[in-house]
Design a protein around this ligand. Sequence first.
Ligand code: SAM
Ligand code: SF4
Length: 328
Amino acid sequence: MLIDNHGRTINYLRLAVTDRCNLRCNYCMPSEGIDFVKNDKLLSIKELTTISEILVNQGIDKIRITGGEPFVRKDLMVLLRALAQMDGLNDISVTTNATLIGPHIDELKQLGIKNVNVSLDSINRETFERITRRKQFDTVHNNLIRLITEGFNVRINFIVLDGQNEQDILPILDVMKHYNVSVRFLEEMPFNGGSKNFASIKWDYKAILEHVRTRYPDFEKLESPATSTSINYSIKGHKGTFGIIPSFSRTFCGSCNRLRVTATGDVITCLYGKPKANLRDIIRNKSAEMGIQKAILKAVGTRAKTGFDAQKEHTDTVFDNSMTSIGG
Ligand code: SAM
Ligand code: SF4
């Protein structure tokens, strides 16, 4: 079991498989993209599998595949097939923009990978295209509905962006009332690989909740697992639920059970902190298993208590990084 220096059990790995993406969401990347890493710097599928295996043996029982866009990686299914057979791994999930998942839906189902988070920041075509800077609205919409109707456990991630999509907060709840889906509103974090570096946000979790209350005054708070980053609610007559993720306000650090490994093997113990080790360098040397175990124990044993503490690890700004490199 992995326990950090503040007594928190770490059982959840967010594993980024690429830093590349076919969209250019303006809260995540500059329009020209970022300096994507060369292929030989990315972990291979074999390396990703080995690292997952070692971490599962150390106590990880839940892995979320993220990126970049995981499905731009042509060999992604090879990794997912290996994970699906891994003893001790109880929960495999994927976070995707849902542009490329279509051809893989049947196999995901066969593998028992049913937890899919879809990023969708607008239900209006023009707003969607303005935010993502690409014309993929229909594909995303069709894949989303297919995932929901085929029985996947779908959560929609909707980042509330000041001046861009707040007009869609209530409509997305109206539309999704007929579907068994959880719509989660996220606070924006200033990681867009560019110049964003704000000290506060207009749409924090309180503002989002108050806005929802204007149309749905009677929503009810739901019980959520202690390690959940979202605070979840139900609305009478709605098939699904909604939630709010205070990713900028960081109210959930006390129960954080996550570890991140980026597509280049960086170990990140907090989104707001610096990488603590690089597993690619270790795995490409001989004593990989022991080296990785030691690096993970050291990283977990020196974890910042909160995202605010982690932010202090940077002398300059933490925020010139892009979410496509970190994995969200
Ligand atoms: N491409 C996939 C997707 O968009 O779902 C997976 C990678 S994306 C980096 C993972 C998550 O990070 C997405 O839910 C995305 O909305 C979120 N994210 C990206 N940039 C963010 C930001 N600046 N603030 C908050 N969340 C962000
Ligand atoms: Fe791509 Fe996801 Fe970043 Fe959007 S949020 S640019 S889909 S990695």
